[in-house]
Design a protein around this ligand. Structure first.
Ligand code: GLU
Length: 424
């Protein structure tokens, strides 16, 4: 087992989420009723379903769809296909989606789903059958007005396309708005695949301006070279930053040369070799070393609980921008804050993905599409506005950016809950 995976499984993400909520609730004097509501997930669906494998055998898989809260709108959140998926992780991720959508002010509640599987070990046909059967199993919950899935770890536009088709088949007509992150040809949006990384870079630009950091020449370290991490890396590279080190699930590499890595070349290398390991002009390092390299911006863009207490002591970044969900443990968070490191929390820093998902859904509902320039401009406006709101609370309340983001989000969910009232 890789060190990276060991950290991931040693913590319970739902406990982390609840501890974050409790601390913020105490700090803001949250109404106990609202606190109780947010401490629970509204709906949790567990499905066990058979899939016919290529060799003719039947294999049963377990999947989840959890809706945390829908006070502000339909539930929204990705689907993760990963061997470590479990109910508590999905609950935490659903909770973070509620908070994330509220931070950026888009009209959604929070949900998440996942299937315990390793898509790297499935053939394309097996993956399609698994996806379609899972989509069918959760179709009792999902729908464009109810709950809208999207990509997450190890799922992609093709998987979203199969979900859209499966749902549409059962309805008898095309329902593009049931899922976001689809391919462009079936109602996907310009800019969606880059949105998480791009949104993260917009927030980093705002943060850099606040701390007086020049991004040109800044040193950047990226943990995780998937959809979010690789895009953040090449967009920062375009702004003149130097990408010093990156990693993926197989290992980490650091550039031998001052100039750093070329992320676009690295991306095509990774496509060919299935890993960043062995890229020219680099040497392999351990995951812990990568996280502790001196740099200006550290971007954890992999899984939860990567920056642990032990690692936090060694982190030497000025800004930590959480492109992943939940990469920092509670203990580590406090250490980073005490060290004066500016942490841009996941529910702000990676909200670009769901923001462009929102644009995709709006375009699908009106069957009228915007160009990439319009999408990126609207994304920048939303990310900048959210950063400024969170930063304002951070200063006003003399607190860390995560607490500030939660205060903003919880105020918004609480207000919606109070205005709607409690049924019946
Ligand atoms: N999975 C992404 C996230 O964690 C995107 C969710 C969405 O677009 O609904 O934010």
């Amino acid at each position: 087992m890789l060190a990276q995976e060991k950290h991931h499984s040693a913590y319970n993400a739902w406990e982390t989420a609840l501890a974050q909520l409790d601390a913020v609730a105490a700090r803001m004097g949250l109404d106990p009723g609202i606190h109780q509501i947010l401490s629970h997930c509204k709906r949790q669906l567990i499905v066990c379903f058979p899939v016919k494998m290529d060799d003719g055998q039947i294999k049963v898989f377990t999947g989840y769809r959890v809706q945390h809260n829908m006070a502000r709108g339909p539930a929204k959140g990705g689907l993760r296909f990963h061997p470590d998926v479990n109910l508590d992780e999905v609950k935490a991720l659903a909770f973070w989606m509620t908070m994330k959508c509220a931070v950026v002010g888009i009209p959604y509640g929070g949900a998440k789903g996942g299937v315990i599987c390793n898509p790297k070990q499935l053939s394309r046909n097996e993956l399609e059958r698994l996806t379609r059967r899972f989509a069918f199993e959760i179709s009792i919950l999902i729908g464009p007005e109810r709950d809208i899935p999207a990509p997450d770890v190890y799922t992609n536009p093709q998987v979203m396309g199969w979900i859209m088709d499966t749902y549409s088949m059962s309805k008898g007509y095309s329902v593009p708005g049931v899922v976001t992150g689809k391919p462009m040809s079936i109602g996907g949006s310009e800019g969606r695949s880059e949105a998480t990384g791009r949104g993260c870079v917009f927030v980093i630009q705002e943060a850099a301006a606040v701390v007086g950091m020049e991004l040109k020449g800044a040193e950047v370290v990226v943990q995780g070279f998937g959809n979010a991490g690789s895009v953040a890396a090449y967009l920062l590279h375009d702004l003149g930053a130097r990408i010093r080190a990156v990693s993926d699930s197989r290992g980490a590499i650091v550039a031998e040369d001052e100039a750093g890595l070329d992320p676009r070349k690295l991306l095509s290398y990774k496509k060919e070799h299935e890993s960043v390991l062995g890229f020219v002009g680099t040497r392999a390092i351990r995951n812990e070393e990568l996280l502790c390299l001196p740099c200006d911006v550290l971007i954890p863009a992999a899984l939860e609980n990567q920056i642990t207490e032990e690692i936090a002591h060694g982190v030497r970044a000025r800004i930590v921008a959480e492109a992943a969900n939940g990469p920092t443990t509670r203990e580590a968070d406090k250490i980073l804050y005490d060290k004066g490191i500016l942490v841009l929390p996941d529910i702000l820093a990676n909200a670009g993905g769901v923001t462009v998902s929102y644009f995709e859904w709006v375009q699908d509902l009106q069957s009228f599409f915007w160009n990439e320039g319009q999408i990126n401009e609207k994304l920048r406006a939303i990310m900048t506005r959210a950063f400024n709101s969170v930063h304002g609370i951070h200063q006003e309340w003399q607190t860390d950016m995560r607490t500030a983001a939660y205060i903003l989000a919880i105020q918004r969910v609480a207000e919606a809950t109070k205005i709607r009232g409690i049924f019946p």
